[in-house]
Design a protein around this ligand. Structure first.
Ligand SMILES: Nc1ncnc2c1ncn2[C@@H]1O[C@H](COP(=O)(O)OP(=O)(O)O)[C@@H](O)[C@H]1O
Ligand SMILES: [Mg+2]
Length: 157
């Protein structure tokens, strides 16, 4: 079975602190994989390494079986902790602004808002949404971006 994420002895050191201490994981295509650990255990640091937001001190990463990480990362959608959204405008307006990533018409934006369960809040300013709703909205933004949509097309539709 193809591994979509593979890390080998991944180490990330900040100063004299090893935040990620030799992590080797294999995530197979189609799997849902959870990382559980105490605060400060290194979960976020591991995800940042995989996404290329920080670089490993040592160790290796393969994505979709390839070491050409910058090419493969174009296929990945991500949300680390808080979504970054325009707070003063509506969910719909946020998606209009992000649709430069992948030109999308208003009807498709509304369809995707329905799909992530935000059909009824499209007009509210984002600052009036709960954190969970904002995370759903970010998921919508990932769908606009296509990697998750490709995933859904491959596995669910
Ligand atoms: N940019 C950074 N500079 C220095 N230390 C950091 C940095 N990011 C995270 N750390 C440290 O790395 C450890 C792991 O943090 P983190 O990966 O955020 O943990 P988790 O997400 O599991 O709560 C913590 O001790 C944290 O203080
Ligand atoms: Mg964290």
């Amino acid at each position: 079975m193809e591994c979509v994420i593979e890390t080998e002895s991944l180490l990330k050191v900040y100063g004299d602190l090893a935040a990620v201490k030799g992590v080797s994981v294999k995530v197979r295509k189609g799997d849902i994989y959870g990382v559980i650990g105490k605060n400060g255990a290194g979960k976020t640091s591991l995800l940042k390494l995989i996404l290329g937001l920080t670089f490993p001190t040592s160790g290796g990463i393969k994505l979709f079986g390839s070491e050409d990480l910058s090419a493969e990362r174009k296929r990945i959608g991500s949300l680390i902790e808080e979504p970054a959204l325009y707070n003063g405008v509506s969910a719909f307006e946020n998606m209009k602004r992000f649709s430069y990533l992948s030109p999308t018409d208003d009807e498709e934006i509304n369809r995707l808002l329905e799909f992530v369960g935000l059909g009824n809040v499209g007009k509210k300013p984002v600052k009036a949404l709960s954190l969970g709703m904002k995370q759903r909205l970010h998921l919508h933004f990932l769908l606009l971006w296509n990697p998750v949509q490709n995933f859904l097309n491959d596995f669910l539709l």
